[in-house]
Design a protein around this ligand. Structure first.
Ligand code: C2E
Ligand code: CA
Ligand code: CA
Length: 490
């Protein structure tokens, strides 16, 4: 073989190798041609390098290393095309640092640059890897938040950015406080082109400044009102827990064969001083989004355990009380330890506390929660699969996870007397669940006919307004003390 190195900037950056089948020396002419070829390759490498340098200079900001206006507009346009094609929504944030000029004026540009770098790094930490940050120039940044399930998510992220930029900046021996004003534009609601969206976000940013800085404002006024309403409900909810305005009500479940009350489901109620009882459908999703559900969920478990303890003391015989557990509570392993501690502290057997989970948890986080559910089941807790039939309803999940009860969703029970389809579905769910060794609960049983039909289909337990709504613990005590739930039930 004959090897000709390719040299660029005094170093070998490659080689041209000519191999022969038989041993022979390269002729002078071959050597000369190869040398010339190597020189040309070196020139090509050099110009590719220069192109790359030019691209970086043209598309990235030299201070923060973030994409600049040119590249950002490119990405924004691509995102518009993609979102249009796939029917997605995204948000554009326009971030302006409040009072940044003071930093440059008082401490000089080196400090100013360091603050900008730090600001970019902090923003980057608030967004997901798939979102993109850019510096448009001066103290202006933009962020593209893609794949938003709900435009309000953009507001939550903006608030975390505002909080991150409000912390003290330290550059060398200088320390300073800044804040940020953020304008939010949403695609497609606020505009269909990059220019329109940038203009809307910019306008909203000026409104944020006018409203007193240090906040995020949607271009669309209505969105602000929604965001504020959600945040104030979330804040009220936190206060409500401290003030004892949250209570658990209990709905009885009965055995379809004997008619006896066998267990209870704990359902959360907000006893609002002026608005009366507020339904959990109004605030559970909110608490899930804001993360408050983790604290709230712990309170629910503690409270249910306390009630079980009290009922056991009064001689009320229930197989268990079940509590609803949101997927978010499974984010950390803490739920397993919390359950263990709660039953221990209340001094009740683990069997007395059951948890209700939804299929969504198994579908989305199956791998991650499998070990936790196994552990929870091994501790002795029963596990019920809530709202069955509305989600994916895969029998594979039933087989794989330690689920003891299947709760057939109200939607199928509702039309039971009049719909042959509903009856066929319910009957199939019951047969398959029984084949897998699980018990079946029908939710939302409101009429005697439904109860009778379910009984004939060999459904095990029922829950619904026919027997009782969810009631305060004291009322439940009286209900459970009746010799048999109600004449109609057996
Ligand atoms: P879910 O777990 O499916 O609870 C059953 C819902 O159906 C309850 O509504 C209950 O009052 C209602 N219901 C029961 N029987 C009947 C009936 O015969 N007819 C009709 N029309 N409705 C009936 P609620 O209490 O408003 O709860 C709604 C949802 O809020 C629950 O659905 C659950 O997903 C969530 N939730 C309630 N309490 C908690 C809680 O403590 N923690 C969590 N994470 N979620 C909760
Ligand atoms: Ca439930
Ligand atoms: Ca349910």
């Amino acid at each position: 073989a004959f090897v000709q190195p390719v040299a660029w900037r005094g170093e070998v950056c490659g080689a041209i190798v000519i191999g022969h089948r038989v041993a022979r020396r390269a002729s002078d002419e071959e050597r000369k041609d190869t040398r010339e070829l190597a020189d040309r390759v070196a020139v090509a490498v050099s110009s590719a390098w220069r192109d790359k340098q030019l691209y970086v200079q043209a598309h990235f900001d030299t201070i923060t290393g973030a994409p600049n206006r040119l590249l950002f507009k490119d990405r924004l346009e691509l995102e518009i095309v993609r979102s249009h094609r796939e029917g997605l929504t995204f948000a554009l944030l326009f971030i302006d640092l409040d009072h940044f000029k003071n930093v440059n004026d008082s401490y000089g540009h080196t400090t100013g640059d360091a603050v900008l770098r730090e600001a970019a790094a902090r923003i980057q930490l608030c967004i997901r890897a798939s979102d993109s940050l850019a510096r448009l120039g001066g103290d202006e940044f933009t962020v593209l938040l893609t794949n938003l399930a709900d435009p309000q998510e953009a507001w939550l992220i903006s608030e975390t950015i505002v909080a991150a930029l409000s912390r003290e900046f330290v550059a060398g021996e200088h320390r300073c406080f800044l804040s940020a004003s953020i304008g939010i534009a949403s695609y497609p609601a606020d505009g269909g082109s990059a220019e329109e969206l940038l203009k809307c976000a910019d306008t909203a940013m000026y409104r944020a400044k006018a409203k007193g800085r240090g906040q995020a404002v949607f271009y669309e006024q209505k969105m602000n009102e929604e965001a504020v309403a959600r945040v104030s409900l979330d804040r009220d909810l936190r206060v409500a827990l401290q003030r004892g305005e949250l209570v658990l009500h209990y709905q009885p479940l009965w055995d379809l064969r004997s008619g006896a009350i066998v267990s209870a489901e704990a359902l959360l109620r907000w006893n609002h001083p002026t608005r009366g009882l507020i339904s959990p459908t109004r605030f559970i999703t909110l608490a899930e989004d804001s993360g408050f559900i983790e604290t709230l969920g712990q309170w629910i478990i503690t409270e249910a355990c306390r009630q079980v303890r009290a009922w056991r003391g009064q001689g009320i015989q229930l197989r268990h009380v079940s509590v609803n557990v949101s997927p978010r509570q499974f984010r950390r392993r803490g739920i397993v330890e919390f359950l263990r501690r709660s039953v221990e502290e209340a001094g009740i057997p683990a069997q007395c506390l059951q948890i209700e989970i939804t299929e969504g948890l198994l579908v989305e986080r199956g791998e991650a929660v499998e070990a936790m559910l196994d552990e929870i089941a091994a501790m002795g807790h029963g596990i019920a699969l809530d709202d069955f039939g509305t989600g994916f309803s895969s029998m594979a999940y039933l087989k794989r996870f330690p689920v003891h009860y299947i709760k057939i969703d109200r939607a199928f029970v509702e039309g039971l007397e009049h719909s042959a389809d509903s009856e066929a579905i319910v009957s199939a769910i019951i047969a398959m669940s029984h084949a897998l060794g699980k018990l079946v609960i029908a939710e939302g049983v409101e009429t005697e006919e439904q109860a009778m039909l379910l009984r004939s289909l060999r459904c095990d337990h029922a829950q619904g307004f026919l027997l009782s709504r969810a009631v305060p613990a004291a009322d439940f005590t009286m209900l459970a003390a009746l010799p048999r739930a109600a004449g109609v039930l057996a």
